[in-house]
Design a protein around this ligand. Structure first.
Ligand code: S3P
Length: 428
């Protein structure tokens, strides 16, 4: 249990956030399957990224902690060996789905499992394409749920149109495609985060992107390289919203990944009236990076339509809090995928915001939130979902009497140190 008291003064100062979770997973994966020693700097200490590190250690890859970085000794695809036991992906959907793509082409059997939340999440979306490529994957009761037993095989290339916009599914197919015979093509309904494509290229792979279609040649070996993971925009978003809704705030978040496939949250906040400046735009290891400056004020409600989903997918919980503190109504639509995240984020944000006195209408693919000037303090549940926990904590800053969350430890999945940072801002 943890109580986040209402804040009485503007947020000021400068800070950084942990390394990007999505890019971190890929940095570890590509380092592990490349040939040679790669060094990964600024990997978040979040539990999800550590699950991916542990998974490759289970598969026989040597990983050493070196100062602020990791040194990963890749020995190519054939350097991976059958694990001694079940690989535990914890809470991490990215670990499970991307690893499925890697293991699909390896000549051994491995079992992937996870926590209660991960065991509820849909895995058929990777089982189908990887099965068509030749891997044999069985799931719990044949229902597409973890644990998954993956029997790798010699893979054939496929052309595959994903039914839902999912970077995890796309990435699993690309990772399998790199091992297959022939050219694998993935087509997506919406352009999702392209960190896998960028990272594959950085490790020397031949991969081409035309619109929403990605083609990757098979039987590709990759070469080691050093890289630095930029700060996570999805983590920064909690602090950006905190500053944006508290009038008089002036906060700078330095060194944040600013990939256009991820930055929907900033576009939405700007439409809501937030003043956000992009400072020092630059590129690091092929990824756009910038510093963000946020000035606080009063936001107004907007419509967040289906076209925003892919670029904003992880930021709906915190955008729901921004909406709760905005003037007027915000409508989220076309976002059914939120029901398949670490929790059902439409249901959890609806029930918890209602406890804070917010009028919320829940629909199958979204919600309508009526904003208020102040929230009512209350005890809320996080459902073990890191982003729900952090979003509700930011809500606490604007709630008379504060907000008490039942589980703050789950924030460590992506943002270790989140509460200490919030506390530091409160005191500054
Ligand atoms: C991720 C993709 C998204 C996102 C998740 C991380 C990734 O999931 O929600 O937090 O790293 O590829 P989906 O691919 O299921 O949309």
């Amino acid at each position: 249990m943890r109580t986040i008291e209402a804040i009485k003064h503007p947020l000021k100062g400068e800070l950084t956030v942990p390394g990007d979770k999505s890019i971190g997973h890929r940095a570890v994966i590509f380092s592990a399957i490349a040939g040679g020693r790669s060094r990964v700097l600024n990997l978040s200490g979040g539990e999800d990224n550590l699950r991916t590190v542990q998974a490759f250690e289970d598969l026989g890859v040597a990983v050493r902690r070196e100062g602020k970085g990791l040194s990963i000794e890749g020995k190519g695809w054939d350097g991976l060996h059958a694990p001694g036991g079940v690989i535990d992906c914890g809470n991490s959907g990215t670990t499970m789905r991307l690893l499925s793509g890697v293991l699909a082409g390896r000549p051994f059997t491995a079992t992937l499992d996870g926590d209660q939340s991960l065991r509820r999440r849909p895995m058929q979306r990777v089982i189908d394409p990887l099965g068509r490529m030749g891997a044999r994957i069985s799931s719990r009761n044949g229902k597409g749920l973890a644990p998954l037993e993956i029997r790798g095989a010699t893979l054939r290339a496929i052309r595959y149109a994903t039914a839902v916009a999912s970077a995890q599914v796309k990435s699993a197919i690309i990772l399998a495609g790199l091992q297959a015979e022939g050219i694998t093509v993935v087509e997506e309904p919406q352009h999702t985060r392209d960190h896998t494509e960028i990272m594959a290229r950085a490790f020397g792979a031949d991969i081409t992107v035309k619109g929403n279609s990605i083609a990757v040649g098979g039987r590709q070996g990759l070469s080691a390289r050093d890289l630095r993971v930029p700060g996570d925009l999805s983590s920064a978003a909690f602090l950006v919203v905190a500053a944006a809704v508290i009038p008089g705030s002036d906060l700078i978040v330095r060194d944040v990944g600013y990939n256009p496939t991820r930055s929907g949250v900033l576009d939405v906040l700007r439409r809501m009236g937030a003043r956000i400046e992009i400072l020092n735009p630059r590129e690091e290891s092929g990824e756009p990076v910038a510093d963000l400056r946020v000035l606080g004020g009063r936001l107004k409600g907007v419509d967040i339509g289906p076209e925003m989903v892919a670029r904003t997918i992880d930021e709906y919980p915190i955008l729901a809090v921004a909406a709760a503190l905005a003037e007027g109504k915000t409508t989220i639509s076309g976002a059914r995928e939120l029901r398949y995240k670490e929790s059902d984020r439409i249901a959890t944000m609806t029930s918890e915001l209602r406890k804070l006195g917010v009028e919320v209408e829940e629909r199958e693919d979204g919600m309508t939130i009526a904003g208020r000037e102040r929230l009512k303090g209350a005890g809320v549940n996080t459902y073990g979902d890191h982003r729900v926990a952090m979003a509700l904590s930011v809500a606490g800053l604007g709630a008379d009497g504060g907000v008490t969350i039942d589980d703050s430890a789950c924030a460590d999945v992506s943002f270790p140190g989140f509460f200490e940072l919030l506390e530091r801002l409160r005191r500054s």
